[in-house]
Design a protein around this ligand. Sequence first.
Ligand code: PLP
Length: 571
Amino acid sequence: MDSAEFRVKGKEMVDYICDYLDGLGSRRVTPNVEPGYLRRLLPGEAPQQPEEWDSIMRDVDDKIMPGVTHWQHPRFNAYFPSGNSFPSILGDMLSDAIGCIGFSWAASPACSELENIVMDWFGRAIGLPDEFLSSGKNSKGGGAIEASASDCILVSMLAARAQVIRYLKEDQPDVEDSVFLPKLVAYCSREAHSCVEKAAMICMVKLRVLDPDDKCSLRGATLRKAMEEDEAEGLVPFFVSCTLGSTGSCSFDNLVEVGPVCRSFPCVWMHVDGAYGGNAFICPELRPLMAGIHFADSFNTNPNKWLLVSFDCSCLWVRDRIRLTSALVVDPLYLQHDHSDEAIDYRHWGIQLSRRFRSLKLWFVIRRYGITGLQAYIRNHIRLAKAFEELVRKDDRFEVHNDVRLGLVCFRLKGTDRINQDLLASINGSGKLHMIPSLVRGKYIIRYCVVAEHASDADIDHAWEVIQKHATELLEPSVEKDVPVPVKAAPVIPTKPDPSQRRLSRRLSFTRSVSREVFKRSMSRSSLHDGATPIIVPDDEDNINSDLEEDVFSTSCTIEDDRLAIVEEKE
Ligand code: PLP
C-alpha cells in the first residue's frame, strides 16, 4: 500500500469506524458464536500473494464482526469501561505512524518528554501530592505510562522486593538475595484484583489475603494484626496493595488507617491501585475517597478504563523514582547516551524495553476535552449510576449490595444465588444487555456499570426495563417469554442454538468455556472474580468449597481437548 492508496483507504476506514460506532445500538451486544467459529471461516495458511484491501474488509464485516463483543455498545454494562474516544483513536493513529520506540530520551526525545509532562499534568489534575510529580517542589517522584494495572502493581512489587532485600542485607551482607524470598510477605484485601496474586507469584513471595470489613474495606487493625503475627513467625512484611474502587464492588480501602500501619514497620512499600476509581479524582468533590494517599509509595490509575483513553494507558506514579528504577535498571552500552544524567529513560520504569508513544493519546484527550470536559464525563456516569440505584431500590424484589459512589451498582434479586444466576443468564442470553456477576460478602451479585461515553438516562431506563422484564419472567413463569434478538451475522457463521430452546447448566456460566487450569485457579480465591475469570456459582448456595470442583467436573461438564465445555441440557 502506498501513500496514495492509504489516503483513500484511510479515509474509508475513518468512515467505517464512524459508521460502526454510530450504528452500535442496532447490534447484539455480545456475539452468538461457538469457540473455534473463526478457524472454520478463515484459510489455514497465510496468503502467498497480496490481496485486495476491499476483500480484506469484506472479511472484517462477514467473519470478524460477528465474533466481536461490542464494548462500546450503549448496552454494554459489564466489567469497567474500556476507554475510547475520537481524540484517543487519532492519538494512537499518529503514534503508530511515527512508530518510534521510546526506550530512552535519545531514542525519541519528544516521546519521553511528553510522557513526563503529561504524567505531571494528569497527576496534578487528580490531586496527587506534589511528591509524586517530577516537577513537584523538592520531589524525587514522577510518573510513567505502563501497559496495564497489572504491570504497575508488578513493577511496584519488584521495587519493594529490591528495597527490602537491600534492607535485610545491611545485617546479612553475605547472604544471597534469593535466600530472603521465602520470608517476604505481601498483603492485600480479599477485594483486591487478582493481578496482585499474579505479581506475588512472579516475585516468588507469599501473599496474605485479608478479610475486609462489612463495607469491603481493608482496615488498619486487620492489617496490623496480620503483619505482627507474621513478624512473630520470623517473616518479613514488605508490600501492601490497597484498592480505591475494587473490581467486585467498587469499595475503598481505608488508607488513613492502613498508611500508618505500613509506616510503623521498618521496610514496607504501600501501593494504591485505583485502576478504575483513581480517574474519578479529577473531580475535586471525590477526593475524600483518596484520603490517606500521602502515605503511599506508589499509585496507579488507568485512563484506558475510565477517562476516554483507549487501551493501553495505565499511569503509575512513585514517590521515589530511584527506588523504582534501581530495581529495574540494566544498562548495556548500546542503550547509553550522552544525556542519561539529565533526562528520563523510561526503559528503567517497567518490564519492557520498547515503548510506544502512548502519551500522545492521553495528551490529545486531556487537551480536547479539557479538565472540565473530563469532569463532566465522570459526573454524568456517577449521576446515572445513582439513578440506576434508585430504580433498583424502588422495586422491592431487588436489593442493592454496594455503596454506590462511582459508576458501579451491585444488585441482586432477593433470594438465592441460583435465581440471580438464572436472571443474569437470561438477560445476557437475550443479547440486549451485557453485565457480569461478582461475589460481594459471599453473595452472588450482578454488576451494572455505566460504561458508554455518552450514556444517558434513556440507557438506564432501557436497561432497567430489560432487567425487570426478565425478572418477571423468571419469578412468574406464566408470563410470555422474551423472544431472543436475531443474530446479525452472515448465514455461514455457526451460531449457538436459540437460547430459548435450551436450558443452561446452572453450575457454570453460560457465557464462557474455561480451561481446566483457569477453572482451578479461579477457585483459589473466591473474591477474585473480576468477570474476566469464569463465572462459577456453587451448587450449594452458601458454600464455595473444594468439593465443587469434583462435582462440576463429574456432573456438569465434559472435558474436550483440555477445555471444559459447558453442558447445555435440552429441555
Ligand atoms: N485493578 C483493578 C481495581 C481492576 O479493576 C483491574 C481490572 O479491571 C485491574 C487492576 C487489572 O487491570 P489491567 O487489565 O489493566 O491489568
